[in-house]
Structures are given as C-alpha cells and as structure tokens.
Design a protein around this ligand. Sequence first.
Ligand SMILES: C[S@@+](CC[C@H](N)C(=O)[O-])C[C@H]1O[C@@H](n2cnc3c(N)ncnc32)[C@H](O)[C@@H]1O
Length: 207
Amino acid sequence: MTNFKSLISGIGDLKNTKQYYDNWATDYESNLENWNYKIPLKIARILKKNVKYPPKNILDLACGTGLFGVELKKIYKNVNIFGSDISSKSIQLAKEKKIYKNLKISNFENKIIYKKKFEIISLVGAMTYCKKFDKLFSNVQFYLLNKGYFVFSHRIDLWEKQNFDIILSNLSKTFDLVYKSNPNNYLPKNKDFSNKIKVRLVLLQKR
Ligand SMILES: C[S@@+](CC[C@H](N)C(=O)[O-])C[C@H]1O[C@@H](n2cnc3c(N)ncnc32)[C@H](O)[C@@H]1O
C-alpha cells in the first residue's frame, strides 16, 4: 500500500524513492487522474506559446510512466522524445506507450552521454527530488542546444524553503528566465495537497 503522506513530507534517499515509484507505477496514472493532475498539460501549453520553433529532440527527465510525453506528442507530432527516470517499473510503462524514442534508467543528477543535443528539456513533477541543484542544472546546460529551453514545475512550499529565487538568479549567466507562473494547483483532489500545496511552472532559455 503506497503511503501518500510521504509525497509531501519526503520519501527519503534515492533508493527509497526508486522503490516507492516502482511500487506505485501500476496505479500511478489512475491515482493522478483522480487527483486531477493537470501539470503536464499546462506545461505543454507553456511550451506551445513560448517556444518559437518546432523542436526535433526533447529530453523528458524523470519521465515516470510518460504522462508528459503524451502531452508533448499532441503539440509536436514529429518530435523525438527521449526519457529517463530512476524507476525501472515506470520506464517499462512509458515504453509500452510507444511514444519515446529512447528510455534510460538514470538519476537526473548523473550525466548521460547522448549523441545529440536537445531543443527542450523537461522536469515535470520531480524537482522535489533534486538534492543537488548544481548537478541538475549543469547537466541540463550540457544537454541543451544554445537557445534551448528547460521547463519544470516546482512546489511553492519547497521553493520558499530552498530560496529558489536565489538559485534561479545565480543561474542568470547561463539561463534567461522566459516565464515564471503564479502558484498553480498541483493535486487539487488529493486531500493532503488540495489548495495547500501549489506549484510554480518555469521556462528558462539557455543563453
Ligand atoms: C511525480 S512523478 C512525475 C512523473 C512524470 N514526469 C509525470 O509528470 O507524471 C516523479 C518521478 O520522478 C522520478 N524521480 C525521482 N527522483 C529521481 C531522480 N533523482 N532521477 C530521476 N528520476 C527521479 C520518480 O521515479 C518518478 O517517476
């Protein structure tokens, strides 16, 4: 039985997080649908509005079972989507959707060597699990083409605790801030999150 309380309080280290999402993978999408999770759709809309050219290659970090991949394919029919996640069970389910060109089991704080660079990188619903922002952002910078975009969501409660505005302003030599949303509902029909835990959606562009 998945302990949903720890979604807010924290799951623990990488091993526990992998175990948690492996155990949850089969029910993940139906639970999220019941909780009215719309962040993948909202992030796709942000890309559609702000990205000025059709991307060829997108890297979806912490892709989970592929909910964001589904939204990406609706707006970019011919794009190649690459994905990675630490949960092998979630990756398996993402594979079954047949929308990702390539899927890898990997921690987003570790660098993967791809043959190509990406126009867009996403991290949807997973900044919560980042322990070392410098590693994540340096990897994103490495994977992106010049003028490429990094789009992500981040919980407001953690944003404030982590002084995330300062983290972003320290990145200003490498990334321009294109868009930063007001607080959005995250899991409005989950009683622990409801209107207490909200998220911000952010689009950065590599300089
Ligand atoms: C809330 S889910 C979001 C999945 C998907 N992006 C979505 O919007 O449905 C969080 C995902 O982050 C993954 N994750 C957590 N820590 C990670 C890490 N350090 N590296 C890669 N993936 C990680 C989990 O396995 C899980 O699939």
